[in-house]
Design a binder for this molecule. Sequence first.
Ligand SMILES: Nc1ncnc2c1ncn2[C@@H]1O[C@H](COP(=O)(O)OP(=O)(O)OP(=O)(O)O)[C@@H](O)[C@H]1O
Ligand SMILES: Cc1ncc(CO)c(N)n1
Length: 275
Amino acid sequence: MRGQVPQTVTIAGSDSGGGAGVQADLKTFQAREVFGTSIFVALTAQNTKGVQQSLPVPRSFIEAQFASLADDFHIHAAKTGMLYDQEHVQTVADCYQKHSFGPLTVDPVMIAKGGHSLLKEEAIQTIKKELLPQTYVLTPNLPEAEVLTGLKIKTKQEVKKAATTLQEMGAKNVIIKGGHLEGKEATDFVLMEDSSIFQLSAPRIQSKNTHGTGDTFSSCITAELAKKKPFKEAVFTAKAFIQGAIEEQIIVGSGHGPTNHWAKLSKNITVKEGF
Ligand SMILES: Nc1ncnc2c1ncn2[C@@H]1O[C@H](COP(=O)(O)OP(=O)(O)OP(=O)(O)O)[C@@H](O)[C@H]1O
Ligand SMILES: Cc1ncc(CO)c(N)n1
């Protein structure tokens, strides 16, 4: 018998295509051997070609899902993904304050890779005001970090400035993901609670199957935090997990396919202190 296992929750949107959103998060939780639960905030009709439609879940039903989980589970860590609009962000922020679900990873999902909006613009203020002060780890990609800070980010100095600004806005730890940068390596920039900084890099893989990379990375951090792994180790494991999931490609669908959640942790990760 295995007995008690670490429990997690993803508070996000459904991807009917199974490669991103709640589905990617649950597959990651399973692969990392934590028990995954979910709170649906929105639904998308989506496949590897793009998002065809999206629909919000009624806010009272989000509250009901929070209440059901709080009544029965011991959730050790949580993450957010697609939050749809201002009112849904507010509902999630209020519910999170009310229930104790452990350290919160916020992936401030805004636009799907195909260009479809997953968050209404007016919701950004509410994320800043209501969610960032409750955030243990914030994982924006570069364009999301620019929107949240209002800063242009091109140089490493600017990445550092943006990360510090996001920390001042309330997020304890900040990871600015460099998947959208050019170059031979995919590098992520990490600013920790104690102000120390480091970079994690891996060889950039030429692949069109990168649907859900952000969700998979942030849900892996959440899984490791649920196991009480130290923050730095959790981020390292997440980088090795997403790199493996891109390296060991699977073919699903005809567009931007999903990553491989069965893959082994990649060994091709390098850490560098400072930016
Ligand atoms: N082609 C690639 N090769 C290697 N690593 C990659 C590649 N693309 C992204 N990554 C890594 O995947 C992780 C997620 O980063 P990315 O910038 O893609 O997030 P995102 O834009 O939020 O993803 P999503 O489109 O799923 O929202 C990061 O660790 C990033 O460095
Ligand atoms: C539901 C959902 N959440 C997040 C993303 C971003 O990867 C997506 N494409 N769909």
